[in-house]
Design a protein around this ligand. Sequence first.
Ligand SMILES: [Zn+2]
Length: 214
Amino acid sequence: MTDESSALLGRSVHRQIRQMVLAGELAPGRPLSVPALATQLGVSRSPVREAVQQLIYEGLAVSAPHAGAKVAAVDDAQIREVLAVRAVLDGLAAAAAATRLTEADLDKLASIIAAQEANLDDATDAARDAQLDLEFHTFLRDASGNSCLSEELARLEAKAHLYRGDLWCSARNRRVALREHRRIVEALESGHAESARAAAEAHVHGLLTRLDRA
Ligand SMILES: [Zn+2]
């Protein structure tokens, strides 16, 4: 295999395992067995081993001495820490994105929101709901044009979704989060950086308030 194709395979294996973790298919605390994952994904062990190392670096997995890696768990105290940092960085990303987004970008954000709205009356599907929320925030942080900020936020967003409460998926929380997402998009459409920052911060503060109520 050439260096380039092995790098491509490595990225794809990492993406697949990360997706399984974020969808809860590999739940917090579950061991990340390299041989088992390699068999499941039909690849050799070495890209899986690298992907697991990458997940540890991202904070989505932890390694225990002599016990291999397992999916990280995020408790009540940790989710609050993650969200406190996210509030500031999400605000920064939205402010930067406000002056950069094209019409096509705004259409893309509107289509993610439409997909979230279409699911409102359906039963909770944690994997689908997490995926749509991540899609919204991934698009926004990448649109900030700041790769350092985007990288930090990628870690924090993923980590936040390891929290297993009903924060992301109860019907009520999904409805309120959708309203907050819509306010972010409206602020972005206006092109005002400060309004976008405020709307993005308000969304994360809303998540913190919903945690307190749970
Ligand atoms: Zn959100």
